[in-house]
Design a protein around this ligand. Structure first.
Ligand code: HEM
Length: 346
C-alpha cells in the first residue's frame, strides 16, 4: 500500500519541498486528498504526455480536450506567436526600468514590483489600456472588461494581440474565456514566479552576484529559478479517461492524478544537487510549464519577462537582502509563491 501525504498539514505548508523530497525518495507516488500525486521526473513526464489522461473539464483552454482543444489552441497560437513575444522584449525591459526607478530603499517586492510588473507587462502585451489593467486581470471583473475591449477591437482593429484574436474563428464565449484566462493566469503566475525567484536568490546570494556581473547568464537564470521554485507546485491535475497502468500500479478510470512538477524538478536521478540554485550548470529541461497538448501557451512570454527582469534587478540591487519574514501562499493553491517579501535594496 502506498503512503498518504497530508497536503493540508503544517509540514507541507511550512516546507513543501522538504516533504516532497522525503516522499519522492520513498516511492514514485503517494495518495493525497487531492488525488494520486506523482513525484518522480520520468513518471510526471509520462502523465503529462499521456493520451489516457485529460485535464479537468471547464470552459477555458486548459479544460478542453481532443478536437475542441486543438481548434481553440490553434487559433490562440496564431495570435500568440514567438515573433510577437520576441518583439515585446524591449518593452518588458522598459516596464521594469520604470518601476525600479520609482522605488525607495526598503520595499515589499511582491506589492511594489512583482505584481505591478506582471500586470503592467501582460496588459501591454495583450493590448489592455493602463487604466483597465487591474480590472482586466482580476477574476471578479475581468470578464466584463474583456467583453468591452473585444467589442471595441471588432469595430476598430489595431496592431495588438486582442485584435488578432478577434480575427480567429472563435465564438464570443471562447474568445472571452481565452482572454480572461490569459490575463488572470498570465499575471498571477509571473508575479509569483518573480517573487519566488527573488526569495531563492536571497537564499543563494552568490548566484545573484554572478547574475549581476554577467548578463549572459540571463537565460540560464530564468530556467533555473523556474525549475527551483515553480509558481505552480502541484501541476495541473489530470483525470484518467480509462484504467491506466503506471509502474505496475492501476489508476482506475476517473481517478485524479497530480503531476507534481515541483517534485519532478528536484528528482536527484535527473538533476545533480537539485536543492541548490545554480545558474552556472547546464541542466535537463524542467517540467514547470507542463507537457503534452496543454504545454503552457505563455511559456515563451514568461521566459522573456524573467530573462529581461532578473539581470536588471541583479545589476540595480547588488546589495539586496531580506528585511523581514517571507510569507507564502498555500502550496495547494493553483498558483504558489510569496505573498509578502520585504527586502532592503542596499
Ligand atoms: C512562470 C510563469 C508560468 C508558469 C509557471 C505557467 C505554468 C503553466 C502550466 C503548468 C500549464 C499547464 C500545462 C500542463 O498541465 O501540461 C500552463 C498552461 C497555460 N498557460 Fe501558463 N504558466 C506561466 C505563464 C503563463 C503566461 C504568461 C501565460 C499567458 C499570458 C500563460 C498562459 C497559459 C495558457 C493559456 C495555458 C493553457 C494551455 C492549454 O491548455 O493548451 N501562462 N501554464
Amino acid at each position: 500500500m502506498t503512503a498518504f501525504l497530508d497536503l493540508c498539514g503544517k509540514d507541507f505548508r511550512t516546507d513543501p519541498h522538504a516533504v516532497l523530497r522525503k516522499a519522492r525518495e520513498a516511492d514514485w507516488w503517494v495518495e493525497t486528498s487531492m488525488g494520486a500525486a506523482v513525484l518522480r521526473f520520468d513518471e510526471v513526464q509520462a502523465v503529462l504526455s499521456s493520451w489516457s489522461l485529460r485535464t479537468e473539464a471547464n470552459a477555458a483552454l486548459s479544460g478542453l480536450d481532443g478536437e475542441e482543444h486543438q481548434r481553440v489552441r490553434r487559433s490562440a497560437g496564431r495570435a500568440f506567436t514567438a515573433r510577437r513575444v520576441e518583439e515585446f522584449r524591449s518593452e518588458t525591459g522598459f516596464v521594469a526600468d520604470e518601476l525600479v526607478d520609482g522605488l525607495g530603499s526598503s520595499v515589499d517586492f511582491v506589492a511594489d514590483f512583482a505584481r505591478p510588473f506582471a500586470v503592467g507587462a501582460l496588459c501591454r502585451f495583450v493590448g489592455v489600456p493602463e487604466e483597465l489593467c487591474e480590472a482586466a486581470t482580476s477574476e471578479e471583473s475581468g470578464d466584463e472588461v474583456v467583453g468591452d475591449l473585444l467589442d471595441q477591437r471588432r469595430r476598430t482593429p489595431v496592431n495588438d494581440l486582442l485584435s488578432s484574436l478577434v480575427d480567429q474563428s472563435l465564438t464570443e464565449a471562447e474568445l472571452r474565456s481565452l482572454v480572461v484566462a490569459l490575463l488572470v493566469s498570465g499575471s498571477q503566475t509571473v508575479q509569483h514566479q518573480l517573487s519566488s525567484a527573488v526569495a531563492a536568490f536571497l537564499e543563494f546570494p552568490r548566484q545573484w552576484e554572478l547574475l549581476g556581473e554577467d548578463s549572459s547568464l540571463a537565460g540560464a537564470a530564468a530556467e533555473e529559478v523556474v525549475r527551483f521554485g515553480p509558481s505552480m507546485l502541484l501541476g495541473t491535475p489530470r483525470i484518467a479517461k480509462e484504467d491506466i497502468v503506471l509502474n505496475g500500479v492501476t489508476l482506475p478510470a476517473g481517478s485524479r492524478v497530480l503531476p507534481v512538477t515541483a517534485s519532478a524538478n528536484r528528482d536527484a536521478a535527473v538533476f545533480a544537487a537539485p536543492d541548490r540554485l545554480d545558474i552556472t550548470v547546464p541542466r535537463t529541461a524542467h517540467l514547470t510549464f507542463g507537457g503534452g497538448i496543454h504545454y503552457c501557451l505563455g511559456a515563451g512570454l514568461a521566459r522573456v519577462e524573467l530573462q529581461e527582469v532578473l539581470p536588471r534587478l541583479a545589476r540595480a540591487w547588488p546589495g539586496m537582502r531580506a528585511n523581514g519574514d517571507v510569507e507564502w501562499s498555500s502550496p495547494t493553491d493553483a498558483v504558489y509563491g510569496p505573498t509578502a517579501l520585504p527586502i532592503s535594496l542596499g
